[in-house]
Design a protein around this ligand. Structure first.
Ligand code: ZN
Length: 75
């Protein structure tokens, strides 16, 4: 199961992945109080580890798959 919370602050094009500098689609708020940003690729890659240390994971990767369709169907 993926932890998806209502975005408090939407990610923008100015938010960049900490690993590869691509546009970030996940914001991870750490239990320690820090914050990490990841692109969809690295968000998935590190998800199992992130879940151990995250207080909150803001996942906006749906923007990638449904850019202009609010009622997108699962594919
Ligand atoms: Zn990345």
């Amino acid at each position: 199961m993926t932890t998806v919370l209502t975005p408090a602050t939407p990610l923008t094009a100015a938010d960049r992945c900490d690993r590869c500098n691509a546009q970030a689609y996940l914001r991870v708020v750490l239990l320690s109080g820090g914050e990490l940003l990841f692109c969809a690729h690295h968000g998935r890659k590190f998800e199992p580890e992130l879940k151990k240390i995250a207080a909150e994971i803001q996942d906006e990767t749906e923007k990638l798959t449904a850019p202009a369709n609010n009622e997108s169907a699962e594919q």
